[in-house]
Design a binder for this molecule. Structure first.
Ligand SMILES: Nc1ncnc2c1ncn2[C@@H]1O[C@H](COP(=O)(O)OP(=O)(O)O)[C@@H](O)[C@H]1O
Ligand code: SF4
Ligand SMILES: [Mg+2]
Length: 354
């Protein structure tokens, strides 16, 4: 991962990256004003690796992923920056070109499979359709064989029968599996999973996360997993990017983010992670207050109205935007607190409660 301060000189993809996002901004013109949903996000993802994007609701996670997929496009959307997928830049690419890549090179699964699946077509018809868009030479019969194979691969029992069911005939967990089958039918090299387990109960959640991990190993695809729950990415992600108010406020290797997080907002997220070995009272240290408006973003550090340490920065938290600075190898955080203060607060106040 690179330092955001260097980005203007560093446009273009990183050599070893499969996906490089550079200073991505996606703003929407609305009747209430300009919504800065994504406001200068940069990251790199290496082939076959997993990036977790984490943040509370409304922090710009979904808009980031829709932007990569080219699905944000509307008359009211303004996008800038660069998205490099295997050496090809997508922000400046035509809608047709992005449509060709979508489904084949990059695919997405959503929290609610019913938004991605049509109620009036069978699961099989939809997987067949997804396959044939990118394999026009395949017959319907061949595509259906492929659909059954994929349903089998994602763990749907009796796939040769279930292939003819409608989405509503599947349970929530099975529908999620079917959507994963549809997303992977063309063997994409990038899979984006946006809150893939949020609507599911805990046991099914764990099964779906295991499935994603197994499939990733089998297919070798890079994965972006988006969640408001750090627990979901704890075992899955190689790297984690924390978003707040449309910006990346901390990013780094997952182990570092869990063991030595630098940003007070990340501390809050870690403190609010459910832990089986604590009772509820003790373990929940939620981030107080509510996420910021993306129309009237607070000045300086957007987190300052909620940050317990904002007064320790001599007014800079309110007046000056903190930029991502290096905290360790591949680890960056955007906070004005002097490093020594941050480490002392983390060791004395935060770590003992995690
Ligand atoms: N098409 C749109 N027009 C205007 N505002 C939008 C649009 N899509 C998303 N937003 C706003 O962008 C912000 C970020 O949304 P989103 O990326 O969905 O958040 P998250 O996925 O982190 O919960 C929210 O304030 C949301 O209301
Ligand atoms: S810059 Fe200030 S308000 Fe923002 S996280 Fe750091 S201490 Fe808190
Ligand atoms: Mg979302």
């Amino acid at each position: 991962m690179t330092d955001q301060k260097l980005i203007p000189e560093q446009s273009g993809p990183a050599a070893e990256a499969f996906l490089s996002v550079r200073d991505l901004r996606i703003h929407f013109d609305t009747d209430d004003g300009l919504v800065r949903s994504v406001d200068g996000v940069s990251f790199d993802l290496a082939p076959g690796k997993t990036l977790g994007i984490v943040g509370e609701s409304g922090s710009g996670k979904s808009v980031t992923s829709l932007g990569i997929m080219g699905l944000h496009r509307s008359k009211r959307a303004r996008i800038s920056g660069e998205i490099w997928l295997e050496g090809e830049e997508l922000v400046g690419a035509s809608a047709d070109r992005v449509r060709q890549l979508r489904g084949r090179k990059m695919a997405m699964i959503f929290q609610d499979p019913l938004t991605a699946m049509h109620p009036y077509y069978t699961v099989g018809q939809q997987i067949v359709e997804a396959y044939r868009v990118h394999h026009p030479a395949a017959s319907k019969k061949e595509a259906k064989v492929r659909a059954v194979e994929m349903l089998d691969r994602v763990g749907i029992p009796q796939p040769d029968r279930r292939v003819d069911d409608y989405p509503h005939q599947f349970s929530g967990g099975m529908r999620q599996r079917a959507m994963i089958a549809m997303a992977l039918v063309n063997d994409p090299s990038l899979l984006i999973a946006d809150e893939p387990t949020t609507a599911l109960d805990v046991t099914v959640q764990a099964q779906i996360l295991d499935l994603i991990r197994d499939l990733q190993q089998e297919f070798g695809s890079a994965v972006i997993i988006i969640t408001h729950d750090l627990g979901v990415v704890a075992e899955l992600a190689d790297d984690i990017l924390v978003m707040y108010g449309g910006k990346c406020i901390e990013r780094g290797p997952a182990t570092t983010l869990f063991d030595a997080p630098e940003h007070p907002y990340t501390w809050g997220l870690l403190g609010s992670m459910p832990r089986l070995d604590r009772d509820l009272q003790e373990r929940l240290v939620p981030v107080r207050g509510t996420p910021p408006s993306l129309i009237n973003v607070p000045s300086g550090c957007a987190f300052h109205p909620r940050c317990p340490y904002a007064e320790l920065t001599g007014g800079r938290s309110v007046s000056e935007l903190p930029v991502l600075t290096e905290a360790g190898p591949g680890h960056h955080a955007a906070c004005h607190l002097p490093t020594a203060d941050r480490h002392r607060i983390f060791a004395d106040e935060i770590a003992p409660r995690l």
